[in-house]
Design a protein around this ligand. Sequence first.
Ligand SMILES: OC[C@H]1O[C@](O)(CO)[C@@H](O)[C@@H]1O
Length: 536
Amino acid sequence: MQPPQRRATDASSKQDATHDPSPATLVDEQKVTLLACVLGGVASIGGFMFGYVSGQISGYFDMEDYARRFGQYDGEGQYTFSASRQGAIVGLLPAGSLFGSLIAGRIADSMGRRLAISVSALFTCIGTIIEISAEDSWAQYAVGRLITGLGIGSLSVVVPMYQSESSPTIIRGVLISCYQLFITLGIWTAEMVNYGTHNMSNSASWRIPTGISFLWALLLGAGILALPESPRHAYRMGKEEEARHTIARLAGVDINARSVEAQISEIREKLEEERAGAETRWYEIFTGPRMLYRTLLGVVLQAGQQLTGANFFFYYGTTIFRATGLSDSYVTQIILGSVNVACTIGGLWVVKRCGRRNALMVGALCMMICFLVYSFVGHFALDRSNPANSPQAGAVLVAFSCLFICAFASTWGPLVWTVVAELYPARYRAPAMAVATASNWFWNFMLSFFTRFITDAIDYLYGLVFAGCCGALVLIVFFFVMESKDRSLEEIDTMYLRHVSPITSHKWQDQGVEPKVRSPSASGSDAHPHENVEEA
Ligand SMILES: OC[C@H]1O[C@](O)(CO)[C@@H](O)[C@@H]1O
């Protein structure tokens, strides 16, 4: 459907044309309204759910130990987790999410953002019901995870889309950053709930943490319906008046305010860009100017974010730390989760202040060292038959796991999303980002599925695989990634088109292009969740 044309008689349009206000003046006009905060809070539950279902699985695997403790372990029943069972249970969630994220854009366009969020939440409700009713079937639990994954993957696209389209510019960056932060808060909450129920002597110890996902989904699915539709979607559907009302209410300004008109113009521009993008054929992300280089770089960086090995700790942490002899591996898991939350907040500062290249290289180097120590101490110093004999080794493993999470959460965790989003010109951005994001989910699935097989074969030496990947990532960033901090998207594009050397890109200055500091809308209001952190 074509968007409605600008109304020539609109008083605010005339005002806009005569004053031509700067983006800063328009932002000054806006207020932080309660409605905008509620919108951000409710929508962020989507990120929270993503984190919660990721963190909660670690406790489920402890059921094998629980079954042993309570004499229910028979070597083949529900709580016997062979490598393939564990791989399927963990892996089906990212597999479902990969699929859900690929179809989410279309669903959001056809039924609107709010309804798409509600339906995705419904999927996670159905998935959760299947999981908690899995009486003695691990397979049923795994199928439940697949369906939950569909909902989570779809939410991972639609929620940030809704947030970035609806939030007033003044708090847009903060709200979008909140999405990433809520993922880490979700992981942390799951770890707390796992801890709270792990001593129950029946299946409630996994059913309660699993079932609680239902509450978040219900809260999101119902709460979102009480909020307004994204103004961008309303405009696209020809409901310009509704779009103007929503923008005004969210920004706490009059419907005739200049900022409302400015946002409507921005929506109109973006829709035009989108139409140009729709004419882009998918293969052009490989054949467009310098696009093969950039598409492959995005795919490799997103794969790299998973190949650092962070989810090794989030998915298998409880099992890992129990094997180091800790009496309460759940507490370690909570400590890791807390480090993750705190350092993600720190990471938002890193994105804002430090150069991308340095932060990514230093982060990967630190993670490499942590995994080298982890592997050597685990392999040579830990008494694996009786870890109680080597308490110092156990302590070193925990300490370096925390340092690893700190390095990940403050660099590669949030930064990769930003760097990848800055790689592409508008025309190729949506398909190129979709391919790069799919690479993140794909490697998440691969690692989830194969980790147990590999650890069964080489145990702590598995850390060397991640250390090797982190080492390779240092080189990849050094040789292939341009410094993009404080550069406009046009400048970044020019740098790639002119084959500027990535190694000297931090000092590059184009005489033909005015060096610009990114404006609030420079990276696009419809950008990916993690990309607009600079606006915060
Ligand atoms: O904070 C850790 C979490 O962040 C992600 O890498 C997404 O950016 C997830 O795969 C992981 O569970």
